[in-house]
Design a protein around this ligand. Sequence first.
Ligand SMILES: [Zn+2]
Length: 407
Amino acid sequence: MYILNILIWWFYALSFSLAAPNLPKQEDSNSADVVSVSSLTPIPSSPSTSSIAVSSSTTASIPTALRNTTSSAVLEKRYISYLGIKTTPGVAWPRHPPSNRVYIRYCYATQEVRNEVKCLFDQARDLWGEALGGKASEESGHAIMPTEAKDESMRPLLCYEDAAGTVWNRYMPADALVISLVPDEIGDRATIGYYGTSQKGKHTLSISQSRMRKQQVHVIAHEFGHVLGMGHEHQRKDRDEHMLFQCDQLRGFWDAYNKASVVDIHLKGPAIRERLCTDPEYAARYGFKRISSYTKIEDSQSTGFVFDWDSIMLYDSTAGAAGKCFELETWCPLLKKVINPATGAAQYVRFQGGRKPSVRDAAFIKQTYPYMPPVAGPNAPVSDQPPVPSVTSAPEPIIEAPMDLTD
Ligand SMILES: [Zn+2]
């Protein structure tokens, strides 16, 4: 069955290239989802009165497929949601009736990016497909449909019309996820959750050049986890019960410390250290942006849930290390706390984050985006392409993509 599910996922991925019905374009996101990006009509830029539906699935009941996994899985599964909280105000991606699927429509920034990145991104998408037990269905228990944007001839649509990636494609809905290649100094990063349709190119997944060279699929899968709304496991507010975080072992800490010591002469050393390690805004003033991927997210929902050492959203001990963490544990920014059963003393050891989405990562997706049968009935056809969303009337606040360095 597992193999079958993978095959189904593959078939589903390939089926993106099948033609969708050529029906009139729908302006209302609550109406039929049988329209491709297509229709060769530019996406309207003027605001309409309707707004995109925002999924309320985060409060939905646990789907049957999830309840049937392991004993007490509902309480023990990973659930660290960064959706709709103060720090990362993105929400869950919208569900589209009547199919009730959650489409993640993506595009590559330019043809050059598509040529370079598509193979690796497809592999990352398939890692998620395997972890989720195949495509969106009652059996798999989830509703996610990652879908490359296509025109009405089912040719891939690029996010931007020009090779430089500056002119937004007039046929591309504003909420498409933009996949791009970025220099190493910018680093791998992605937006967390969904931010509506008011601004073109707001949803981003950026892959660094070195990641491409190393063909690190798990990093792309990690970034896609952010897109779906997942935060870092090591940023849970209860992480100190499970691990040791050594802020001063991160690259950039001591440079920032020295700069801050000159400017903030009224602060003592320990106070500067404390602020650099807990206040991303303060740290950014001195170029220590890396800390934003490590500070505890106090309003995340994580207390009481098992710490998921297999999660793809967990960094390695060596990530961002200034020194030789791979040789000596005292040089590691993150270490796993292990209790010696003989002495009861805590020991700290290196660890490696997940290389594929874990069972609990998949459980998060199934809880956040549970399968729901099509409104027209369980056997109703489901379009390969999501409906064209309407444009929201009110501008939304600009959200910066969180810095995400996972080297
Ligand atoms: Zn990350």
